[in-house]
Write a protein that binds this ligand. Structure first.
Ligand code: DC
Length: 227
């Protein structure tokens, strides 16, 4: 049997990280973990329970009340996010959550809470995890680190299409502003900001199809697996 590795995929919002991560995990028979979903689920809990996240005490108390899990859904072939036993996979994709999640993800206590769980999930290897700090902070020793990027206009267009399918009232301006805001906060925050790991392989998918990007990433993965 070939050895199992850890694959990290980091990059800007709406670069197609999760699409690639899911396909890569499926092709290799690995577990896929969407770390952003965890920050989104925490944000949902904070909003629903009116947690004042500028107050450290309130944040710590709230984190103690949260249980996050991923359950594989064979129908959607996706591992879905559960918050205290409730499937929140779809609600956490809402723009209301997207507008607040970068602020919540910048809180030190929130990151410590999420990172500890993410590291635990990688103990057995055979995992593909996507996010912003996976190759730099969560798994700095990962065998394969991919950093994804794409032109801003292409990212806005992709995200708009995705959100428009669920909510035709969404405007392209709104989507553009949200992406720019998240990129700014994610890359400028004090605790583990988004940055490219020195040993990451860069994948710019502006003009690359999903099939092509999977082929490239699989080749990179096989090189590391065979080592
Ligand atoms: O990947 P996403 O868009 O679902 O992520 C939602 C937010 O969570 C994003 O704005 C940044 C934050 N995030 C993070 O800070 N660290 C991660 N590892 C993953 C996501």
């Amino acid at each position: 049997m070939s050895r199992k590795i850890i694959i990290t995929i980091d990059g800007w919002s709406s670069c197609g990280k999760s699409t690639l991560a899911k396909q890569l995990a499926k092709s290799l028979g690995y577990v896929y973990v969407d770390s952003g979903a965890m920050y989104r689920a925490i944000t949902l809990y904070f909003l629903r329970n009116h947690v004042d996240w500028t107050d450290k005490k309130e944040v710590k108390k709230a984190l103690g009340e949260i249980i996050l899990d991923f359950h594989f859904n064979p129908k959607t072939e996706n591992s879905e996010m559960y918050l205290n036993d409730e499937n929140v996979e779809y609600v956490i994709r809402d723009l209301v959550i997207a507008e607040k999640v970068s602020d919540v993800a910048a809180i030190k206590e929130v990151r410590e809470y999420a990172v500890a769980q993410q590291q635990n999930m990688g103990k057995k290897k055979g995992i593909v995890m996507d996010g912003r700090d996976i190759g730099t902070v969560v798994f700095p020793k990962a065998e394969l680190k991919i950093f994804m990027t794409a032109d801003n206009a292409v990212r806005v267009e992709r995200r708009f299409k995705e959100l428009y399918e669920k909510n035709p009232n969404v405007s392209i301006e709104e989507v553009k502003n949200n992406l720019e805001m998240r990129d700014y906060i994610d890359s400028h925050r004090e605790v583990s900001p988004l940055r490219q790991a020195e040993d990451a392989q860069v994948l710019d998918n502006t003009n690359v199809s999903e099939e092509q990007q999977l082929k490239i990433a699989l080749e990179w993965a096989m090189t590391k697996i065979k080592k």
